[in-house]
Design a protein around this ligand. Structure first.
Ligand code: MAN
Length: 535
């Protein structure tokens, strides 16, 4: 820092000192044009239009069209007057302002003959300007030092990140292999699990089918008894015809021939033969107990319970082949039915079907062996999922690192430190948030949701100063306007901060941001100030 200090300040002072030296020349002539005005020699207008004796320069009469013969009087309408402003910044004013009673030049030279009392304020102005320039220079110096640190850190960080990417790449290979191995373990464990679960489910389905068959048989017995009006253990054509809903062609007349066809071509059917008949009529048959309810075709009705069917022991029903024992399930059903069997028989069939499904209950728990297989497969699934999740996380991490290591963080990587940081500024209405290289948002101060003012687009400064402006685009749509976007103008500052936010045009935001990353080398600044002072 000491070196930077030494190089800047003397130059500043030198700059002021140079303009403080007064060189003799006609009033209102700048130093750069002094050689055109030589005492005693004819003067040629600067546009070359006329040559006049030297005593007609500043004689308060305009000779030259370009006003160059009257640099120190208001005689020419288009002339310009040069204030030397020793101690401050030289400047030009239109000649018309000479002796107009208003102090324009800080050295008071424009009011030499007007009677206006103009104090010379050049030294004071010079002092103030020097102070503010020095302040700026201080900021620039400190900021520039910080910038050097930022660059060093960013470069170290970049190296570390590149190394991390390599490390992750190696890990990724291992993790991929692990995921594949665990996938095999999982699939190997899932196969017997699937089989065992399938077996269990099949047994459950079989059991339910057996229960249904048993119920169907019980209902068949009930219907047989109901149809067998004369109790001779045969269903005759007449007995069958008493159920008009069985009319095969639904023409309103259930004929003897139709009844006979249903009985399989015979005159009467005993219990064994009725089994075949039952299959054809069960969907249409309406229990007598149910009448007179209108019943849609195709619905089933409640069978008798086992206990009830057992009472009709004179009817012999051939045993069905059945491995599973549905007793337990059926007992529950019986208990419920026994409460009020009459009511049950009278229920509309649609409700009855639903009840039948509910009565099938829930699947019994898995046996120990199946449960063990399920547990083992579940564990393998969890291990596989975890490894796969790990792989995805690693991929994300790598993507982020790659994005970070390949982004344009300035010529010396000096803006890298802003990545993954956010800076806020609260105005009277909103909290604005800038997350450099990511997004800009706006949130109402007193509640309400966040609005995107754009996501990172590109560097957008003018040529040679590209890294002074950031552009964030494609924010939330603006009602009857463009998608919101934000321009961030960056200036050198010791602090990294958002210093102002405005909305110059609806949904187009402007942020001012300071960062040491934009502080210039003080030597370059010296040159700038030097040039400035030489003006
Ligand atoms: C919100 C804010 C404002 C914006 C209007 C446009 O109120 O995002 O900044 O001007 O919407 O409708």
């Amino acid at each position: 820092m000491a070196m930077a200090c030494q190089s800047l300040i003397p130059l500043l002072l030198l700059g002021v000192a140079v303009s403080a030296v007064e060189v003799q020349r006609p009033r209102g002539v700048p130093l750069s044009k002094k050689h055109f005005y030589v005492e005693g020699k004819p003067f040629t207008c600067l546009d070359g239009s006329l040559t006049i004796p030297f005593d007609r320069v500043n004689d308060d009469y305009c000779d030259c069209q370009d006003g160059s013969d009257e640099p120190g009087t208001p005689a020419c309408p288009n002339g310009s007057f040069h204030c030397t402003n020793a101690g401050y910044r030289p400047t030009f004013i239109p000649s018309s302002r000479i002796n107009d009673g208003v102090c324009d030049c800080c050295d008071a030279t424009d009011e030499f003959n007007s009677g206006a009392s103009c104090p010379n304020t050049c030294r004071e102005l010079g002092r103030k300007e020097k102070e503010s320039l020095q302040k700026l220079a201080e900021i620039a110096k400190e900021g520039f030092l910080l910038k050097q640190q930022l660059i060093q850190e960013a470069k170290r960080g970049l190296e570390e990140k590149k190394a991390k990417v390599l490390e992750l790449q190696a890990n990724k290979k291992q993790l991929e292999e692990k995921v594949e191995a665990l996938r095999t373990v999982k699939e190997t464990a899932e196969e017997p699990e699937k089989e065992a679960k399938g077996r269990h489910l099949k047994a459950w389905e079989d059991q339910k089918a057996a229960v249904r068959a048993e119920k169907d048989r019980a209902r068949m017995v009930e219907v047989f008894l109901e149809l067998d009006d004369d109790g001779d253990s045969f269903i005759s054509l007449t007995e069958l015809q008493s159920h008009s809903e069985l009319d095969t062609d639904s023409d309103g007349s259930f004929t003897e021939a139709e009844a006979q066809a249903l009985l399989g071509g015979v005159e009467k059917a005993d219990a064994a033969a009725f089994e075949a008949v039952w299959k054809d009529i069960k969907d249409k048959y309406i229990s007598e107990a149910q009448a007179p309810v209108e019943v849609p075709l195709g619905e089933t009705t409640e069978p008798l319970s086992d206990n009830e069917s057992e009472n009709y022991s004179e009817v012999e029903i051939p045993e069905e082949e059945d491995d599973d024992d549905p007793e337990e399930e059926d007992d529950d059903q019986d208990e419920e039915d026994d409460d009020d069997p009459e009511t049950d028989y009278n229920r509309p069939p649609a409700v009855q079907v639903k009840k039948d499904e509910e009565d099938e209950g829930t699947m019994p728990p898995y046996d120990e062996e199946t449960q063990n297989l399920i547990d083992a497969a579940q564990k393998a699934r969890e291990q596989f999922d975890e490894a796969e999740r790990g792989l995805r996380e690693l991929d994300d991490q790598m993507k982020n690192l790659e994005k970070e290591t390949t982004s344009d963080f300035g010529p010396s990587y000096e803006f890298a430190y802003l990545y993954s940081q956010c800076y806020e500024l609260t105005t009277s209405e909103y909290v604005y948030r800038l997350c450099p290289f990511n997004r800009v948002s706006q949130k109402p101060k007193h509640g309400g949701s966040e609005t995107s003012l754009g996501t990172w687009g590109h560097w957008d400064g003018p040529e040679g100063e590209v890294y002074t402006v950031m552009k964030y685009e494609n924010g939330m749509g603006c009602w009857q306007g463009p998608n919101r976007s934000t321009t961030v103008k960056i200036k050198c500052g010791k602090e990294t901060a958002v210093t102002s936010t405005t909305e110059p045009s609806r949904c187009e935001y402007l942020m001012e941001f300071t960062s040491p990353a934009l502080c210039q080398d003080p030597k370059t600044l010296d040159q700038m100030l030097h040039q400035h002072n030489e003006l």
